[in-house]
Design a protein around this ligand. Sequence first.
Ligand SMILES: Cc1cc2nc3c(=O)[nH]c(=O)nc-3n(C[C@H](O)[C@H](O)[C@H](O)COP(=O)(O)OP(=O)(O)OC[C@H]3O[C@@H](n4cnc5c(N)ncnc54)[C@H](O)[C@@H]3O)c2cc1C
Length: 321
Amino acid sequence: MTPDFTPLKALGVIIEHNAPLWKWTTFQLGGPCPYFFSCSTPEQLEATVKFLVAQKILFILIGGGSNLVISDEGINCAVVRYVSLQPLISHTPNDITVSGSTSLDKLALYAAEHGLEGLNYTSGIPGTVGGAVVGNAGAFGKQVGDVLRSVTLLSSAGIKHEATAQELGFTYRNSRLKETGDIVVSAVFSVRPADRVILLKERDELLKIRWEKHPDLKKYPCAGSFFRNIEPTSKAQRRQATGWFLEQAGGKNLSVGGARIFEEHANIIVKGQDCRASDVYELSQKMAALAKKAFDLDLVREVRFVGKLPGVKESEKNIIW
Ligand SMILES: Cc1cc2nc3c(=O)[nH]c(=O)nc-3n(C[C@H](O)[C@H](O)[C@H](O)COP(=O)(O)OP(=O)(O)OC[C@H]3O[C@@H](n4cnc5c(N)ncnc54)[C@H](O)[C@@H]3O)c2cc1C
């Protein structure tokens, strides 16, 4: 029996049945889910999670969908999308409070426009603040965890609690939230007053560098770098670009079905014609095997798969893996 969604609809939550998920990821891949809940405020999110818990409906949460590859057959659980078109942000001279649903780039722009230093390096990274906290997103050697002060979390049982940045156990492109599954409702970042004009100029420069290096998502749907960069070794003492190793090993020529490697960056898989999520998975396996054979490297995936893929055991354990 279909649950009565009237209380959620009254709060402005948009609900779709049999919703195609490809629409909600930057890779534009993914089959349907039975129920899709679009929440744009913390209040809508909290009410939706509590409703799903009370109805015993299994769900996953997504943000901007910029780090995901969703199964071609879709997923057999509800999906909650936590994204707001208008940024939900406030500030003092030393901190910014922002909803997890706000675009990370809009947060960076807000900080620069208000003369607040500390978040400029996140300019141009796709996705939401929530997704960025969970994956400790970063660029130019800095990561979100470096400037995060605290978060308000919602457990998958619908219980709200606060946590400090230290409690989230940030490491490179990782946080404890990937294990706990807690949802980032909102976040507080530490910032410092600085010259607005200098910050905006720096932002323009950073965006220019990104546009030169990263694929235009309208032309090349993708999820950014597929594998994490290589952790510092005793020889190099700094993180090394996985794309460099893959390129040296001839990885730019790899493809499977409609999935191929971006010409400018050997660590990015892009969606070509008739590409399926299973093609992306198989191509990622080929890339990992190539790096192992050529350099004895064990690549660690940054992009997360969602749902079942043909012949893959991992997806039986978790829906997002
Ligand atoms: C062109 C391109 C360039 C990119 N460049 C970079 C880069 O420079 N640096 C970088 O780090 N990444 C980069 N990425 C990857 C991606 O943008 C980041 O990982 C981003 O932070 C993901 O956020 P999202 O909202 O899209 O999360 P999603 O892809 O929707 O979800 C990713 C994970 O986060 C979880 N999640 C999402 N929102 C929340 C929330 N509110 N609470 C709890 N869990 C949540 C989901 O459950 C999922 O497990 C790039 C991607 C693209 C397509």
